[in-house]
Ligand binder design. Structure first.
Ligand code: DC
Length: 268
């Protein structure tokens, strides 16, 4: 073989080495024929990862009155672009309405009759989902009046009323998802135990009694937190599998950072 005949292919190979062909293609008749595919490490790792971008994250936060549930849930949701729902508000809506109707907290049949025709819905103001009844939402002034503060825990004990709200609350992940939120943070006693026992993440917040009363006073709210907790005692339980978080002496940022780490881990 002459020198030029040998030399020419060698030059071609040497030139091709720095420029690997990237867009080469193989033609298969169908998907099943792809038996000889050699996946690289990187491709296999990517394909084996759970498809978390499509997963919807539900975070349930429980705890007593004044434990920082609402602020924690709101801030956690803001950080991650999730929707946020305060379920205490739902009980306040019904307490407000029933008071206006003059229905007493102890009158179960009258309460059941009053709530049966109501059509619950959700209105988002920013990322916060509010319970609407027949399309109407309620103001902070209406829901945080001293009268509602006093009566809400008693109304909240009625099983029919709880069932009405819990059925509505179970629709919220679907509602938030269809509003294009990648996740939902719900706070309220019974979220981790009854309503969302299978939430992606579940927390139970505690703060010692003295600090809770002080926090409420600093917010300018006169609220008998210990009294309301006593009425809600049976619902205030930190179950197995729920992460207890002690917020005593911790700032809001510190508590949110703890939860946020778990959310990031889940989304990674
Ligand atoms: O979180 P809050 O203070 O706004 O709650 C108002 C009342 O509603 C509180 O006394 C307990 C009750 N509640 C309940 O029974 N279950 C929930 N999921 C949320 C609140």
């Amino acid at each position: 073989m002459s020198w030029p005949t040998l030399f020419f292919p060698l030059v071609l190979v040497a030139l091709a080495i720095p420029f690997p062909v990237r867009g080469d293609f193989v033609f298969y008749e169908n998907f099943k024929a792809m038996k000889d595919v050699q996946e690289s490490e990187a491709l296999r790792a990517a394909l084996e990862r759970p498809a978390n971008c499509d997963a919807f994250v539900t975070v349930a936060i429980d705890g007593g009155a004044g434990s920082g549930k609402t602020s924690t849930a709101r801030e956690l949701a803001r950080r991650h672009g999730f929707a946020f729902v305060s379920t205490g508000e739902h009980y306040r809506v019904l307490a407000y309405l029933l008071e206006r109707l003059g229905v007493q907290p102890g009158d179960g049949p009258a309460i059941a009759r009053a709530i049966a025709p109501l059509r619950p819905g959700t209105v988002f103001v920013g990322n916060q989902g509010h319970l609407s009844l027949d399309g109407r939402i309620f103001s902070e002034g209406e829901l945080r009046s001293p009268a509602v503060n006093r009566s809400v825990a008693r109304y909240a004990q009625l099983p029919e009323l709880r069932r009405f709200l819990q059925d509505y609350q179970r629709t919220l992940p679907r509602v938030a998802r269809s509003a294009n939120f990648p996740g939902l943070v719900l706070e309220g006693r019974d979220m981790t135990s009854v309503v969302f026992p299978d939430a992606s993440l579940r927390y139970f917040l505690t703060v010692d009694a003295e600090e809770r009363v002080r926090r409420r006073r600093e917010e300018g709210i006169c609220d008998d937190v210990a009294g309301r907790d006593a009425q809600d005692r049976e619902r205030l339980v930190c179950l197995d599998g729920v992460s207890p978080i002690d917020g005593t002496g911790r700032t809001l940022e510190e508590v949110v950072a703890l939860l946020s780490r778990d959310v990031e881990e889940l989304l990674r």
